[in-house]
Structure formats: C-alpha cells, structure tokens
Write a protein that binds this ligand. Structure first.
Ligand code: HEC
Length: 452
C-alpha cells in the first residue's frame, strides 16, 4: 500500500512510451508526447485557481488577474521568476524545519513550481480549451463566509471610512472602535472583509485587536505589554476568517474596544472604504471548556527597550515566554518592520527536549502572514515549557527594503523603527486535559498507521 504512492503517473507514462517503442505503435507515442506538454488549460489553470486567484482576479488585491490564458500569458516570465524564488504566493516559512502542516497553507508544492517553470520554459502554451477547469466562484462580498455554518454574524464592527488617494504612499490606519458590549460573550468565529468590492483593491491586510482591561490574565502573561491593551487579536486578508477549535473560545468583555491596523495601498483610483469585522458568539450561557488567549511574545530580552540594532549589521535578539499553564499553541505570526529578516519559535520542554516549531526565513513586512497549525500537529505543551522567540534584523544594504543602513535602529511604531515579537494564540487547559489530548492524538496516529 505504502509503495503505491511512489508509483507516480510519470513512471506509468514512462512504461507506456517504452512499450510503444518496443511494440512499434507510433500513434501511441505521438499521443503521449502531446500529453506530456505542460499547458495552461490542463496543468496551470488548476494550480492558479487553488493558489493564486484568491488575490489575482478582477477586483481583488493583486495588480493583475490570472484567471484565464489571455490575462495570464503576458506575465509568464515574471510568474516564473516569482514562483521559482518562492516570492509568490506570499508564504515565507522555511520548509526544511519545524511543523509543515497548516490550516491556511497557500504555498506551492515543489511539483507545482516545477510544472509552472516547465510551462514557461516551453513557451507558455495555452493547450486545448476543453481541458480548462470550470471557473471558480468567489464570494462577491454580500455574504459572509461563515454565515452558512452559524447564521448571520452576531456583531459587526466597522472601521471609520478611509479615503485612499489615487496615488499615495502606503498607509497604516489605526482607528479604535468601541464594541458596545454590555455583558461578557464567548466568541467562536471571526472574519474580516473590506466593506465594498472596490475596497478589496486597496486593502492589503487588516488586523483587528481586542483591547480590554483584564488584570486576572496576569496569571499567564509575562510582560507589561501583554496585559490589558493588545491582548487578543485576529487578522485577515481578503476573505479569510478563523473558527476556534471545538470546546474553545475567546472571551470579550463589556467595555472592550477594537484596535484596527489596516494597511492600504494606492491603485491609481481614489477609493473610500472601511473594514468590517464579523463576530459569531457561542450561544448565551455556554461556556467553552478552554479559553484561547492571544499573546504578544517578545523576541527581545527585557521587552521592547532591549532592541538594539547597530548600523550596517545583521543582529539577533531573543526572548522567552514561559507557559504558566499547559496549553496548545495554535499559530505563529511574526511581527517586525522593514529590517526584519527572520524569526523562529522553539519550545524548550521541562524535560530538556528542544523542539523547533516554526522558522520564517524570508520575512516580508508587506505580508503579515499568520501560520495557523493544522489540528493534528498544533503543539501540545506542558506547563513550564519555555517558548523561545528569536528575531534577526538585517540593517545592511543587502536588505532591499532597508531605507538607510547607516542608521541605528531601536524599538518604535514607525515603519523605519523596529519591532520583534510574535502574535501567538494559546489555548490553555488543565494538566489532565493536556494528557488526554496527547493520548487521543497518539491513538489516532496509530490508527492511521494501522490502516496503511
Ligand atoms: C495573498 C494574495 C496573493 C496570492 C495568493 C498570490 N499573489 Fe501574486 N501578488 C499579490 C500582490 C498584492 C502583488 C503585488 C505586489 C505585492 O504587493 O507584493 C502580487 C504580485 C505578483 C507578481 C508580480 C507582478 C509584477 O508587478 O511584477 C506575480 C508574477 C505574481 N504575483 C504571481 C502570483 C502567482 C503565480 C500566484 C499563485 C501561484 C500568486 N501570485 C499568488 C498577491 C497575491
């Protein structure tokens, strides 16, 4: 059974060609070589539908549509360059270390990259129109993605309208909006979208952070920056949203506020837009077993004031976040600015075992990628684990995005200042629950192995 996987279609084709050669069947040989040519309709369109169209379609955020052959063909060479360098789709994770299964992986497989490169190298042919897959249907912005699952959102919070000029520098817009909640509520899902189809063109990304007073959370927090403000956040690009795992939720309190952080970019036309945050509550009275808390985990010893990046240097900083209770680490979302180069998150277990969880080796400030672990691999970690965040900044001229390598750089809000932290969601649980989660996972892994 396991061997069957190695029996790829290439080896089958190889056999067929060999057979044709020996048996003298010229018709088969020519049919085969036509089959082997990589074409847009047969090989490329399915990849682009899955991995590019979310952004590269009419009215979405990317500068050009890659939906049909006519629109795609002029971009063939730059597509080859972008995918071979793994610049597109934006996914900047080191594929050689750490966890590799995610809920929201939009990266290309090595096979997909090879196929695209071969297609461009062979002249980027269209192929037979009959091979073209059915077009994708994309939400047009009138419905919410989770509406089918949960009904309409319980609460929608809008950022104030922002007018983006036709031509302008990128803007980071950070208004604060009251949630208006008068009682505590548990959240089970969240999504964000631009409020108009045109807004999709200028909204590069949007972050929404929940701000609320919660001194009792000091129990799990470690840093003054990590209690109260900035405590709990969600992020989205375009159409994505997040559902908390079974038995868990996020808690919103009366008097809470949403702190927006929206990155707008100009597209040659003046567009006014807001971002909308839709919140789906657990039913009233239901209290999920586990609470998910978003932490700001510093990659700097001593917090923000310890960041020290001399001119013309590559520097490294490191911070530790102790898990004061057992928990499941749900995601990794590094945050640095223009000089940010790489960031990793490791778990140092009480047993002395060290586990690399994730390493982002090509950090890009333009892309606030959130790497959300798949259910069966999200790390389950005992109380007393240290999460180690390591951050590298490249303040040399080798960094294309560096505005000025001759400057000393410290911590600050402006993009020319720096930061070095990760936003990490932790679902806390009791030691017993952790044990049983680990046992369950082990059991289902054994079951899978048995089936093979
Ligand atoms: C998450 C959104 C997103 C996804 C997914 C995505 N792109 Fe892009 N792409 C962009 C944006 C936005 C730009 C404009 C430059 C920038 O902001 O980085 C871009 C730029 C590009 C460019 C450079 C255009 C130029 O001006 O030279 C190419 C080529 C490209 N994308 C190809 C692809 C391909 C091929 C895929 C899928 C395999 C893909 N992209 C997936 C958002 C995306």
């Amino acid at each position: 059974m396991a061997n069957a996987r190695f029996f790829s279609w290439q080896s089958l084709v190889g056999c067929a060609v060999l057979f044709a050669f020996l048996g003298g069947a010229p018709m088969l040989v020519s049919a085969q070589s036509v089959d082997e040519a990589v074409t847009f309709t047969k090989d490329i369109a399915p990849i682009f539908q899955e991995k590019c169209e979310a952004c590269h379609r009419e009215g979405s955020m990317a500068p050009m549509s890659l939906v049909n052959f006519r629109e795609t063909r002029p971009w063939a060479r730059s597509i080859k360059a972008a995918v071979a360098a793994r610049e597109m789709p934006p996914w900047h994770l080191d594929k050689t270390v750490g966890i590799q299964e995610f809920k929201n992986d939009r990266s290309l497989t090595d096979d997909q990259i090879n196929t695209i490169v071969r297609w461009v190298d062979s002249g980027a042919p269209m192929g037979d129109p009959v091979d073209m897959p059915n077009p994708m249907t994309w939400p047009e912005g009138e419905t919410w993605n989770f509406e089918e699952l949960f009904g309409p959102p319980n609460l929608i919070i809008k950022s104030p309208a922002y007018k983006m000029a036709a031509r302008a520098q990128d803007a980071w817009y950070k208004p604060v909006v009251e949630t208006g909640l008068t009682e505590p509520r548990w959240v089970r899902a969240i999504e964000i979208r631009p409020s108009t189809p045109k807004g999709r063109r200028i909204m590069h990304h949007a972050l929404a952070r929940l701000q609320q007073e919660e001194p009792e959370l000091e129990e799990t927090a470690t840093d003054p920056d990590d209690v109260g403000p900035g405590l709990f956040m969600e992020w989205a690009v375009g159409k994505q949203g997040e559902i908390t795992r079974p038995d868990s939720g996020k808690l919103m309190l009366p008097g809470s506020k949403i702190v927006w952080d929206i990155h707008y970019h100009a597209v040659g036309e003046e567009i006014t837009d807001s971002a909308e945050l839709a919140i789906y509550f657990h039913p009233k009275g239901y209290e999920p077993k586990h609470r998910q808390v978003l932490h700001l985990m510093h990659g700097i010893e001593g917090g923000s004031r310890g960041l020290d990046i001399p001119p013309n240097t590559v520097s490294v900083h490191q911070g530790f976040f102790p898990l004061k209770k057992a928990g499941r680490v749900e995601n990794f979302q590094p945050h640095m600015h223009l000089r940010g180069k790489a960031m990793s998150m490791e778990a140092l277990l009480p047993t002395g075992e060290r586990r690399m969880l994730s390493h982002v080796n090509d950090y890009q400030f333009d892309w606030h990628n959130n790497y959300v672990y798949a259910d069966h691999v999200a790390p389950l970690l005992p109380k007393g684990t240290l999460l180690r965040i390591t951050a590298w900044h490249d303040n040399t001229s080798a960094n294309r995005d560096n505005p000025d390598p001759s400057q000393w750089v410290g911590w600050g809000d402006r993009t020319v200042d720096e930061m070095a932290h990760a936003w990490v969601n932790v679902t806390y649980m009791s030691d017993e629950d952790l044990e049983s989660e680990i046992a369950q996972r082990e059991a289902s892994r054994l079951e899978l192995t048995d089936e093979q």
